[in-house]
Design a protein around this ligand. Structure first.
Ligand code: HGY
Ligand code: MN
Ligand code: MN
Length: 408
């Protein structure tokens, strides 16, 4: 037993979503409670803990004789609405357990080992995924980040102040990044790969390029009872047609994925024809050129179906991340340490994908026997969680090099 299941049980009550699963938006109350849980565990292990100006929490272990840029692991604690218990927290708990395993074995990593907890990875509150890692790496400007708003109209700047951080200080942190040699993130697998391969752990190969776009359809708000069907310019009908067309466009492109999971009518009354409907598209494909072509087709389809309903529509890019191949050198070292672990790509985005812009990154995936994620049905068996934590310890030592090994 590595303690991963016990640590996750300690936070199982935090941020429960009444609709099922969890609702743990970044920089919110549940996130803060989870962060305090992490800090308690890190301090109990004697790790040096600090929170940087972007809200990332770092916990450092300096093994005797270690030096140079750290090997960092960790993940996130925030969730999507109705999210599962493992997406994020498994990587954080496994990182703490991996430190325990290395210490118990008397491992002597040549580098410092750090655990990072990255805020707002899901982008569920402010709409931009991996907000913490984008800020520290400079992938998003402070100006753009601070102006982001949540559904209550609070800006990211408001949330930072409420969370004890100074909005004037967020942004790229080269000093922080220089202290990091590489980042190895463990994460629950969010598909069926390991089920089909019959393995508990995989080494990450790549992350699918992905983006988010907002479509806004404007029509004529009116009374549901007094407005004849022929006199309507109903943006909800245009949006509904657009969602179907988006599905059909993606179906027609091998390996493409396009999802509309969020739609917001204004004003949203049962007896009211909406005046405006916004919905968001999440589109992904291994080839960034194909993603761009898919969105171009979507743009045309949205304009066409809006016009057919007497409405107008805009499509605005909110974020776009290229396909990322994880660092070959890290993967080679990890494969040597984990010879039975297959290599798997993922369709899910991660902080490791964002940080790859600035430092070498890699991932480990742990089997999810339901193959379902972003849902309360997400699952990791305790025995696989233990295997994941030990595999992470093996990977971290392999990547850090052993202090007693002259070749490091
Ligand atoms: O959306 C994703 O792929 C990730 O879970 N943030
Ligand atoms: Mn995640
Ligand atoms: Mn996720």
């Amino acid at each position: 037993m590595t303690g991963v299941a016990r640590m996750l049980a300690e936070i199982a009550h935090i941020g429960a979503d009444p609709r099922g699963g969890y609702a743990r938006p970044g920089y919110g109350d549940a996130d803060r409670e989870l962060r305090e849980w992490f800090v308690g565990h890190a301090r109990a292990r004697g790790l040096d803990v600090h929170r940087d100006r972007n809200g990332i929490v770092w916990a450092w272990w300096h093994p005797p004789g270690s030096g140079g840029p750290a090997v960092v692991t960790g993940s996130h604690l925030d969730s999507v609405p109705g999210g599962g218990a493992y997406d994020g927290p498994l990587g954080v708990a496994s990182a703490l357990a991996a430190v325990d395993v290395m210490r118990a074995r008397g491992d002597t990593p040549a580098r410092p080992i750090a655990v990072g907890v990255f805020p707002e990875e899901e982008g569920s509150r402010f709409g931009l995924a991996c907000l913490g890692s984008r800020l520290v790496s400079g992938a998003v400007s402070p100006e753009r980040a601070l102006a982001l708003t949540d559904r209550e109209g609070d800006t990211f700047a408001d949330a930072l102040r409420r969370d004890g951080l100074d909005p004037r200080h967020v942004g790229r942190d080269d000093e922080m990044l220089d202290a990091i040699g590489c980042f190895v993130e463990l994460h629950v697998e969010q598909g069926r790969g390991l089920i089909d391969l019959g393995q508990p752990v995989a080494i990450g190969a790549s992350i699918l390029g992905h983006g988010r776009w907002r479509v806004t359809v404007d029509g004529q708000g009116n009374h549901a009872g007094t407005t004849l069907m022929g006199d309507r310019r109903d943006p909800m009908v245009a949006a509904a047609r657009a969602v179907l067309e988006i599905r059909d466009i993606a179906r027609g492109i091998p390996d493409a994925r396009a999802t509309v999971g969020r739609i917001e009518p204004v004003p949203g009354g049962t007896n009211v024809i909406a005046s405006r409907v916004s919905f968001w598209i999440d589109a992904r494909h291994p080839d960034d050129v194909v993603t761009a072509a898919l969105i171009a087709s979507v743009r045309d389809a949205v304009a066409r179906v809006a016009a057919a309903e007497g409405c107008t529509a805009t499509l605005q890019e909110e974020s776009l991340s290229p396909t990322v191949d994880f660092d070959r050198g890290l993967r080679d070292r990890m494969r040597a340490a984990l010879p039975d672990a297959p290599e798997l790509g993922t369709g899910a985005g991660h902080d490791a994908g964002v940080l790859a812009e600035r430092i070498p990154t890699a991932m480990l995936f742990v089997r999810n026997p339901t193959g379902i994620s972003h849902s309360p049905e997400e699952l990791v068996e305790d025995s696989d969680a233990d295997k994941g934590a030990v595999a992470l310890a093996d990977a971290l030592v392999a990547v850090a090099g052993d202090r007693t090994d002259a070749s490091v």
